[in-house]
Design a protein around this ligand. Structure first.
Ligand SMILES: Cc1cc2nc3c(=O)[nH]c(=O)nc-3n(C[C@H](O)[C@H](O)[C@H](O)COP(=O)(O)OP(=O)(O)OC[C@H]3O[C@@H](n4cnc5c(N)ncnc54)[C@H](O)[C@@H]3O)c2cc1C
Length: 267
């Protein structure tokens, strides 16, 4: 059971940062992950008065506050248009609507969970996170950083010509994913992000230039085989590493085919 002794609605980011330096205190988002833990917390730090629950189009960037809910990610029209529905696809299988109304972007990213659909999606968008102390860091770097206490303020998506397709494989609809896969084309280069390996998501560039000429059936298959071969995968109660490798090939192939055909809602 989670036991909380004090609750503070902080009035500034500085106050939140200072409080979270004490390892007995904890920042709370939707508290959905935290409440599963067996621990005692001195002070729960609530950011809900800091106006971080907005998604804003800033012209060449989209800013997503840490307290934005996963449901808002799913329904927001700016994100829907920019990601061709991929953002919605990445979160709509997470448990249920009431759950997604509470779970936050900050809580979903700060834990850098291996199973995370949200981390996979933001990595595919080559997003940035803004930390109170750590400043603005690319999400690729953030994903591998040692978790040190800081306040995640917002996610920043730098707009550029891009297309993205998101897919996941689940044993049952609302379970944790067996594998997540997002392919994107930014300017003229392609990347493929695979998560729930069950290790943390990782992004691959097309290092062997397999997709340079065209997205033909053959080049897509070669790329899918190339990535599936490079992938470090593990086994857990949801799937074996071998099964994940087979699924990876299929998802990459399907996602790139959907990208080629502009059929972003093919899943
Ligand atoms: C049963 C269950 C099933 C799930 N299934 C999936 C799934 O299929 N796919 C998926 O992607 N996710 C899944 N999740 C994860 C979920 O979507 C959320 O990511 C998770 O609940 C954390 O979000 P939260 O807002 O509840 O964070 P909390 O539980 O409040 O916090 C989580 C951690 O983040 C820290 N934190 C929160 N906000 C900040 C901040 N702004 N700055 C710094 N640190 C912060 C907290 O201190 C804590 O350590 C699941 C979770 C549960 C409990």
């Amino acid at each position: 059971m989670l036991e909380i002794k004090n609750y503070v609605r902080v009035q500034s980011l500085a106050e939140a940062y200072e409080l979270c330096q004490n390892r007995s205190n904890v920042i709370i988002g939707g508290m959905l992950w935290l409440k599963m833990q067996n621990r005692s917390v001195d002070t729960a730090i609530d950011l809900c008065d800091l106006n971080l629950n907005h998604i804003e189009d800033k012209g060449d960037e989209i800013h997503i506050g840490a307290m934005v809910s996963l449901r808002e990610l799913e329904l927001n029209s700016i994100l829907d248009q920019y990601t061709y529905g991929a953002m919605k696809e990445s979160v709509h299988n997470i448990v249920g609507v009431q759950f997604r109304n509470l779970a936050t972007v900050g809580g979903s990213l700060f834990g850098r969970y291996g199973f995370s659909d949200v981390l996979t999606m933001f990595m595919a968008l080559d997003a940035y996170v803004e930390l109170y102390h750590g400043g603005i860091v690319s999400i690729q770097e953030f994903a591998t950083m040692r978790p040190i206490p800081d306040v995640l303020i917002r996610v920043i998506i730098k707009k550029r010509p891009q297309r993205v397709v998101y897919m996941s494989q689940r044993n049952t609809k609302t379970d944790f994913p067996v594998l997540t896969c997002a392919v994107s084309q930014m300017n003229s280069s392609y990347t493929c992000t695979i998560g729930a390996r069950p290790l943390k998501a990782i992004t691959f560039a097309d290092e062997n230039h397999l997709l340079d000429e065209s997205l033909s059936d053959e080049s897509i298959l070669n790329f899918a085989n190339d990535i599936a071969q490079k992938l470090v995968l593990g086994s857990n109660l949801r799937a074996s590493a071998d099964y994940r490798r087979r699924i990876a090939k299929v998802l990459i192939k399907r996602a790139l085919t959907a990208l080629r055909e502009g059929n972003h809602h093919a899943y």
